[in-house]
Ligand binder design. Structure first.
Ligand SMILES: Nc1ncnc2c1ncn2[C@@H]1O[C@H](COP(=O)(O)OP(=O)(O)O)[C@@H](O)[C@H]1O
Ligand SMILES: O=C(O)C1=C[C@@H](OP(=O)(O)O)[C@@H](O)[C@H](O)C1
Ligand SMILES: [Mg+2]
Length: 172
């Protein structure tokens, strides 16, 4: 498999799992957010603040295509919104691509994001109460796109190792 793509809502574990899976199967990983930050020499937060979300979505699409068109074998951890803009969901299916939706409940996402929101512009300024409501609505809107993935792995109550094992089993 040339490209293993991990997708799902903010906090589902895309970046963490991509890195761990990479170590397990000795396939390099690229985190799309980190790739954008390196290419643009700016943090995601700065891109949102200085240029706005629409500009970020354009960059996200351009760099996602760039990674897909690179012939190397790798694991790509997307940003939470990547499949939901610019018809990126259509790129989740194709020759040499395995796309995996890391599916998490609202409670799991909330618990992981509550202490981890400062680098995520969409939730950085929200109170705990606002966040729960936001995640619930936003996840509902985005699920349509996430469900275009070829595979789905439930991550609730699983350790990083358990999720990686589930991925290895479905790719075997
Ligand atoms: N079982 C787990 N699997 C993945 N991430 C976990 C798990 N338990 C806690 N986390 C934490 O959840 C947070 C969000 O993970 P991250 O990989 O940044 O998600 P994403 O890239 O999908 O937004 C991280 O701080 C990570 O350490
Ligand atoms: O869900 C989103 O729209 C976003 C998710 C973030 O990535 P993570 O899902 O890795 O937090 C990052 O791309 C940006 O803050 C926007
Ligand atoms: Mg991430």
């Amino acid at each position: 498999m040339k490209k293993i793509i991990l997708l799902g809502y903010m906090g589902c574990g895309k970046s963490t799992i991509a890195q761990k899976l990479s170590g397990m199967i000795s396939v390099p990983y690229v985190d799309l957010d980190e790739y954008i930050e390196k290419k643009e020499k700016m943090s995601i937060k700065q891109i949102f603040e200085n240029h706005g979300e629409i500009h970020f979505r354009k960059l996200e699409h351009t760099y996602f295509l760039e990674l897909l068109n690179n012939p190397d074998e790798n694991i790509i951890g997307l940003g939470g919104g990547t499949p939901c803009y610019a018809n990126n969901h259509e790129l989740l299916i194709g020759d040499g691509v395995a796309s995996i939706y890391l599916k998490a409940s609202i409670d799991t996402l909330f618990n992981r994001l509550v202490s981890n929101k400062s680098k995520r512009p969409l939730i950085a300024d929200k109170s705990e109460e606002e966040m729960k409501e936001f995640i619930a609505k936003h996840l509902f809107d985005r699920s349509f796109y996430y469900n275009h993935a070829q595979y789905k792995v439930n991550v609730d109550d699983k350790s990083i190792e358990e999720t990686v094992n589930d991925i290895l089993n479905l790719l075997a």
